[in-house]
Design a protein around this ligand. Sequence first.
Ligand code: ZN
Length: 198
Amino acid sequence: MDYYSSQISKLIEELSRLPGIGAKSAGRLAFHMINMPKEQVEQLASTMVQARSQVRYCRECCTLTDEELCPICASTERDHKTIMVVENPRDLGAYEKTGKYNGVYHVLHGAISPMLGIGPGDIRLKELMERLQRDVEEVIIATNSSLEGETTAMYISKLIKPTGIKVSRIASGVPVGGDLEYIDEVTLLRALEGRTEL
Ligand code: ZN
């Protein structure tokens, strides 16, 4: 039985498709939106559409950006011979917040997970290997310390080893299964400084 107007039901249904939003929260959000000033709803909607259409992947590191090159890749102040490999743009943000890393990044957009059927071809590995054709001295693998993160780290190090480029892994001070984003800066820095060559 449809006891809401079909428009509201549709809105609830769309919202509940978002990650972390269950049916209850979707309902709350939907009714909140209905009561918001019309201009505010329009602004929210247009911001979402604009973000979706204008945000793209950096040509170099594959992070999300508005330009062809993200500000980090475009910077001449950064050390472009050191590449830190992270799983997602939020991890990049976590390291940037420490303000102590001066190299560049490579964002994989995921990790290898045989259980979920995510293979090496499903993450941005090919792009990383292409970058290594150029002048690179060290690749720091900073994937999460979850099973997927470790699997990915191992896979990447095996790929890179034959090229002779130094490969290191951040120290395991990062809690197992911990999303890098939620780890404090001191822990992140310790993990980076204590990295070991693979
Ligand atoms: Zn970039």
